[in-house]
Design a protein around this ligand. Structure first.
Ligand code: ATP
Ligand code: MG
Length: 195
């Protein structure tokens, strides 16, 4: 499951959990994006913060892991590259790419869109405020209804900046990580993390 994860929230985690259960997946790999080209011009937190929040959020689930392939690859993230890198690390795995309804709408604008269908099965999940459809194309997209979680990272960032709580929208450890590093506050310089 690829995403900006700025920050990761319970909508992401429920989507991953539902798809894993429904398809009996052995592992869900969360892949935070490197430089998010579709959000060019928008301010995105440093990759290390997004990566560490994703690790914190998924640590307790033995089937959830986090991959650095996109943040360690220089340049903008393209899903075809992500899938090729994951395939190289897991040559025998059957890959599924989990995506919300809004991201599925954007899929057709991706680079190498025609080749991604050969790299993984695509699973589109419902997301409040977005229509889920497979565009009637002859493509390998499965559609799945999941419990509606009207949560977005954008809303979480705005809430933090407004001094509103994000408890229960994001995992407890992520609430604490955001506070510790003063993320998403217009009035404070966020910590830079060097690893
Ligand atoms: P932002 O508001 O910054 O775009 P976001 O909440 O959309 O953040 P992303 O990191 O952009 O989160 O999303 C990663 C993936 O998770 C995308 O495929 C997106 O469609 C999906 N997703 C995000 N939130 C939900 C949700 N509440 N329900 C279902 N899918 C979701
Ligand atoms: Mg998004």
């Amino acid at each position: 499951m690829g995403g900006t994860f700025d920050p990761i929230h319970h909508g992401h985690l429920v989507a991953a959990s539902e798809v894993a259960a429904e398809l009996d997946l052995d592992e869900v790999v969360f892949v935070p994006t490197g430089e998010p080209w579709q959000k060019a011009g928008k301010k995105v937190s440093p990759a290390e913060h997004r990566y560490l929040m994703t690790v914190v959020a998924t640590a307790s689930n033995p089937r959830f892991t986090v991959s650095r392939v996109d943040i360690d690859r220089p340049g903008p993230t393209y899903t075809a590259d992500t899938l090729r890198d994951l395939r190289a690390q897991r040559p025998d795995a059957e890959l599924f790419f989990i995506t919300g309804a809004d991201a599925l709408e954007q899929i057709m604008t991706w680079k190498d869109v025609d080749e991604i269908w050969d790299l993984a099965h695509f699973v589109g999940v419902t997301r409040p405020g977005h229509e889920l459809n497979d565009f009637g194309r002859d493509t390998d997209i499965s559609l799945m209804e999941i419990p509606a979680m009207a949560i977005s990272s954008t809303d979480c960032r705005l809430r933090v900046n407004d001094g509103k709580p994000v408890w229960y929208l994001v995992p407890d450890g992520v609430v604490q990580y955001i506070a510790k590093h003063r993320l998403y506050r217009a009035d404070a310089e966020s910590d830079q993390v060097a690893l």
